[in-house]
Design a protein around this ligand. Structure first.
Ligand code: F0G
Length: 338
């Protein structure tokens, strides 16, 4: 445990690789929230491409390059695509992103296009896009979805950053989609504990949206396996996933830690997004605000870290915008006087 420097490579002593591609990911703000006693927001929307995926891509793209690949491929609800596109560009690799048509927020599409990725659309949900990548994509290109273990090695660094600033909290609340990140963060905390640095491990709370809650639904009923959803529905398009590929790892993380899965409604997500923006000054995309929605709903005691996984600008269409018009300076003065 000898943190040094910037980017995920700050934690090289804890990683299976010692150096590699970086855009200065990580070291994101940990902000004390005004919304709840003991509540902290880990704002991973502040990463270079605006989501936590950058932590994992730094390692994933490094391994892709070192293994001699010249192409990478991902299925994505958008953030993985944006991040893969940027890191692949940096590493000089071609990037193919397979996206569910109509289910990707605008900001993310724009990023993938801007960074020069090849955009491929499939009709259906994320789960279909992932099936295509798993079945065929991996034969022709290096896959960078979260079944790639290097991705999770990068994403575990969030735990290290929380530890450096706060020690080990009582709870860590994480939005769950394809279910990689929650197990990555849990791995990070367990590694700290194995070095004797974290004497009480946090409970991991996995948050899903009501209409896309295969793990939370199963948890509620005490089932051992997820209740897969064929037609996921939620305003939080990033976690609009019916068949999370990493479910066994996520379930293990939640069980081992003594945590649980919970679901929140779209209304609760949008309300939390609003509160986070207007009270804490932090702009989250809906999926990112799901953790805050859950933290507020559960009213947990102790130190709680809600992981906000993506930036508000990712999904501009999720925000209602209203404006007043003034015809002259007097009308502006009148408005300001009120
Ligand atoms: N929050 C955001 C903003 C995400 O983009 C994702 C996943 C998650 C949470 C869930 O993380 O899948 O590790 O459980 N987005 C993926 C993508 C699926 O394609 O960008 P997870």
């Amino acid at each position: 445990w000898t943190p040094k420097g910037r980017g995920v490579w700050r934690y090289a002593s804890m990683l299976p690789l010692k150096s590699g591609v970086s855009l200065g990911e990580g070291q994101t703000p940990l902000v004390k929230s005004v919304l709840g006693e003991g509540l902290y927001v880990k704002f991973d929307g502040a990463n270079p491409t605006g989501s936590f995926k950058d932590r994992g891509m730094a390692l994933g793209v490094t391994v892709a390059r070192e293994s001699g690949a010249n192409k990478v491929v991902v299925a994505s609800t958008g953030n993985t695509a944006a991040s893969a596109a940027a890191y692949a560009a940096r590493a000089g690799l071609r990037c193919y992103v397979v996206l569910p048509r109509g289910n990707v927020a605008r900001g993310k599409l724009v990023q993938a296009a801007l960074h020069g990725a090849e955009l491929v659309m499939v009709n259906g949900y994320f789960d279909k896009a992932l099936e295509y990548v798993v079945n065929y994509g991996t034969r022709y290109a290096y896959p960078l979805n979260s079944f790639n273990p290097w991705r999770l090695e990068g994403q575990k660094t969030l735990a290290f950053e929380v530890y450096e600033e706060l020690g080990c909290p009582d709870y860590v609340v994480v939005p769950v989609g394809n279910a990689g990140n929650i197990s990555a963060i849990w791995k990070g905390f367990k590694e700290l504990a194995s070095l004797g640095l974290c004497n009480k491990l946090p409970k991991m709370i996995g948050v899903q949206a009501e209409g896309a809650a295969p793990l939370a639904d199963a948890w509620e009923r005490g089932l051992e396996e997820p209740l897969f959803v064929d037609e996921p529905r939620t305003v939080a398009s990033a976690i609009k996933i019916g068949r999370p590929i990493n479910w066994p790892k996520a379930l293990r993380a939640v069980r081992e830690s003594g945590g649980f899965f919970v679901k929140v409604s779209d209304g609760e997500i949008i309300k939390a997004q609003r509160l986070l923006a207007t009270k804490d000054g932090l702009g989250a995309e809906p999926a990112g605000a799901a953790s805050v929605a859950a933290a507020l709903k559960l009213g947990l005691r102790g130190t709680v870290v809600a992981v906000v996984t993506g930036h508000a600008l990712k999904d501009p269409d999720a925000v209602e915008v209203s404006a007043r018009e003034v015809r002259n300076a007097d009308e502006l003065a009148e408005l300001l006087e009120r």
